[in-house]
Design a protein around this ligand. Structure first.
Ligand SMILES: [Zn+2]
Length: 272
């Protein structure tokens, strides 16, 4: 599933080719009846046609296209969604769910194998992104405030940092990687972490996300950037999906457990 580094990479790819363009025609596939939220797909297509894209921002894992009319087109890729810019018509693909023709003859193509991806056209973007925690790469992500939030939670730290109301944009890959970098066992109760441990975790989250962003994200399965190319950070992960392989720090086999319904990878020796 695309997380902050992947969604931000797509955003950066799309800004130079899409901002300033007008959407001349939109098509939503009948194969994706749940793609458009809050209005019928035909209504969405009718309303978005003729809109000029003024900017693209991101909140957590949401891409937010600001339109000249004041409306926001919000996109969440969920599990397998891909949003790609193409110079010519969108290539044929059985999983093509939506296409957006632009006034310079180029296209935005939305491909989604599992069909969990969602889009909205809303007056106010906070309708979609309300109740989200701070952006981990912004100054608003403050170690003292982070500690205050964790202190009140007894759930496992892994589940808490993936809670989008605590922190925006972290998912399974980077939660595992950040906890390894901070040497914290993912099952530890969030509220039990020392001040030093929270400080290590805060720094690890920022560092792991920056590194993944520098590598244009991780392509374990479906993720591609805004041009349709894979990222490379999956080649550098320390624990994620390295089950039974030796820990890079101590050689102990990386362990995989289920935690809150998600597979979790950690080194039982380095992460206490
Ligand atoms: Zn280890």
């Amino acid at each position: 599933m695309p997380e902050l580094p992947e969604v931000e990479t797509i955003r950066r790819d799309l800004v130079p080719v899409v901002v300033g363009r007008t959407i001349t025609r939109a098509w939503i596939s009948p194969s994706a009846p749940r793609l458009v939220q809050l209005m019928p797909p035909e209504e969405f297509a009718r309303q978005i046609e003729g809109q000029r894209i003024a900017d693209i921002s991101r909140r957590g894992k949401y891409l937010l296209f600001g339109l000249d009319s004041g409306l926001t087109w919000a996109v969440h890729l969920r599990m397998t969604g891909r949003l790609m810019h193409r110079e010519r018509a969108c290539p044929e693909d059985p999983h093509l769910r939506a296409t957006f023709g632009l006034d310079d003859g180029t296209w935005l193509c939305f491909v989604d194998m599992r069909k969990f991806g969602t889009m909205w056209l809303v007056d106010d973007a906070t309708l979609v992104t309300a109740k989200m925690g701070p952006e981990p790469l912004d100054e608003s992500f403050d170690p003292a405030a982070f500690r205050g939030v964790l202190k009140r939670r007894s759930a496992p730290i892994k589940a808490v940092i993936m809670d989008q109301s605590v922190l925006a944009g972290l998912g399974n890959i980077y939660a595992d990687e950040a906890l390894f970098a901070a040497r914290i066992n993912p099952r530890r109760a969030a509220g039990s972490l020392s001040r030093q441990a929270v400080q290590r975790l805060h720094a690890a989250i920022v560092e792991v996300l920056h590194e993944a962003l520098g590598d244009r994200g991780s392509s374990f399965r479906d993720y591609v950037d805004g041009r349709g190319n894979e990222g490379s950070h999956h080649l550098k992960v320390k624990v994620f999906r390295r089950t039974d392989q030796p820990c890079y720090a101590c050689g102990t086999p990386v362990r995989r457990v289920r935690l809150g319904g998600r597979s979790t990878h950690y080194c039982p020796r380095c992460q206490r």
